[in-house]
Write a protein that binds this ligand. Structure first.
Ligand code: AMP
Ligand code: GLY
Length: 421
């Protein structure tokens, strides 16, 4: 099969390395990819939002399967565009990707179908939002922009003043552009967070092994929120008992709810959960693999990923038994100095071989460029260094030992992945 991956991060590199294991995959392209991906797949210089040229490329190159990995093209109807052209594509249609693209949609869906989540109100007017915050007078309080905001549209305000400022910066100063035309004001929940990615064909849902993301920039969960600084799988807080409860109260009800709304979801649905004292609740849905969750979940997948994609597209997922390796995986993200605020690009990297790898781990490239046999930084999150082992401790040791072999000016990474709540 000729396969086209759309995207350019560490998640896409992890998907590519897994697709390459499939005997069915004969030719793999990635648009637009990155330096590390260029060592595994043929790079196609088409932007992730360019539906017209993506479809044209797929037709001209006899692509049999397209994998749309990032949120923006999914929300914009990239899968719909391929389907209209008669090309098979993995990922939800735009009308289902809205479960991530609009928090107002997902919160209203959960309320309507009784799926456990934080209590909330929706506002399209800043004065009304501020009146509400003042009348409730409870902190911390969570203020969320409705739309996609590169994972940055959530503000946890510790004081009423900060909450008012958050409303103004989102709705009046348009900090996140039109994503902030509407906002959600939400109850603050506590408890460990768990990421559960699930394959679904719109009929049945098959959760993958669990994982845990470390979102803050620095050790001890200090610093700003990032796209994710590291992950481990399995998540130690996700017991079998909690998994059963999530299946019953969250996963299956969500699939049914989307069908009832006339928006069947096919692809990978990401459940961002919090295990609160009152049971598991949904913090957010994503319409795609998480990044860097994919970097610890996919190395544990035993079943052929191409078979899974086909079963999802053909709505035959219930016939497929998806198998996983026991043990654990850990991923440490190496970031550019200054990330997540501002950072330089184009810094030469040392320690990796010509394929961008080091011994003892898998190096997934996120923001790199490959030129004349050298790797250079090209983004905020640069690498996701992943190792698997029988135990989490061993996986962490292996990942950190691989990290110590790589260097570039200004780099920073967390030293406590897998060690904090
Ligand atoms: P989101 O983009 O919705 O996943 O939110 C980003 C992060 O903010 C989450 O991973 C949580 O750590 C935190 N967060 C979001 N909503 C809440 C909430 N209602 N209570 C506590 N923390 C939250
Ligand atoms: N790591 C969080 C996300 O992919 O949204």
């Amino acid at each position: 099969m000729n396969i086209l991956m759309i995207g350019s991060g560490g998640r896409e590199h992890a998907l590519i390395k897994k697709l390459l294991e499939s005997p069915k995959c004969t030719k793999l392209y990635c648009a637009p990819g990155n330096g590390g991906i260029s060592r595994d797949a043929e790079i196609v210089n088409i932007g992730v939002m360019d539906k017209e040229n993506m479809v044209k490329f797929a037709k001209e190159n006899a692509i049999d399967l397209v994998f749309v990995a990032p949120d923006d093209p999914l929300a914009d109807g990239m899968v719909d565009a391929f389907e209209e052209a008669g090309i098979r594509a993995f990922g939800p249609n735009a009308n289902a990707a809205i479960i991530e693209a609009s928090k107002v949609f997902s919160k209203n869906l959960m309320k309507k179908y009784g799926i456990p989540t934080a209590k909330y109100e929706v506002f399209d007017n800043p004065d009304k939002a501020i009146d509400y915050i003042k009348s409730e007078n409870t902190v911390p309080v969570v203020v969320k922009a409705d739309g996609l905001a590169l994972g940055k549209g959530v503000i946890i305000a510790q004081t009423i003043d900060d909450a008012v400022k958050a409303v103004k910066s989102i709705m009046e100063d348009k900090q996140f552009g039109d994503s902030g035309n509407n906002i959600v004001i939400e109850e603050f929940l506590t408890g460990p967070e768990v990421s559960v990615l699930a394959f679904t064909d719109g009929k049945c849902v098959k959760p993958m092994v669990s994982s845990k993301d470390h979102k803050r920039a620095y050790d001890n969960d200090e610093g700003l929120n990032t796209g994710g600084m590291g992950t481990v799988s399995p998540n130690p807080y996700y017991t079998d008992e909690i998994a059963d409860e999530c299946m019953r109260t969250i996963f299956e009800p969500t699939i049914k709810a989307m069908n009832k709304e006339g928006r069947p979801f096919k692809g990978c649905l990401y459940f961002g959960l919090m295990i609160t004292p009152n049971g598991p609740k949904v913090i957010e849905y994503n319409a795609r693999f998480g990044d860097p969750e994919a970097q610890v979940v996919l190395p544990r997948l035993k079943t052929d990923l191409v078979d899974i994609c086909e079963a999802v597209i053909d709505e035959k997922l219930s016939d497929l038994d998806i198998e996983w390796y026991d043990g654990a995986a850990a991923c440490v993200v190496m970031a550019s100095g200054g990330y997540p605020v501002s950072y330089k690009k184009g810094i030469e990297m040392f320690g990796m071989d010509d394929n961008g790898q080091v011994g003892g781990a898998i190096v997934y490239h996120a923001g790199t460029k490959y030129e004349n046999g050298r790797f250079y930084t090209n983004g905020g999150r640069v690498l996701g260094v992943t190792a698997t082992a029988d135990t989490l401790d061993e996986a962490l040791d292996k990942a950190y030992s691989a990290v110590s072999k790589i260097s570039f000016e200004g780099m920073h990474y967390r030293k406590d992945i897998g060690r904090t709540k």
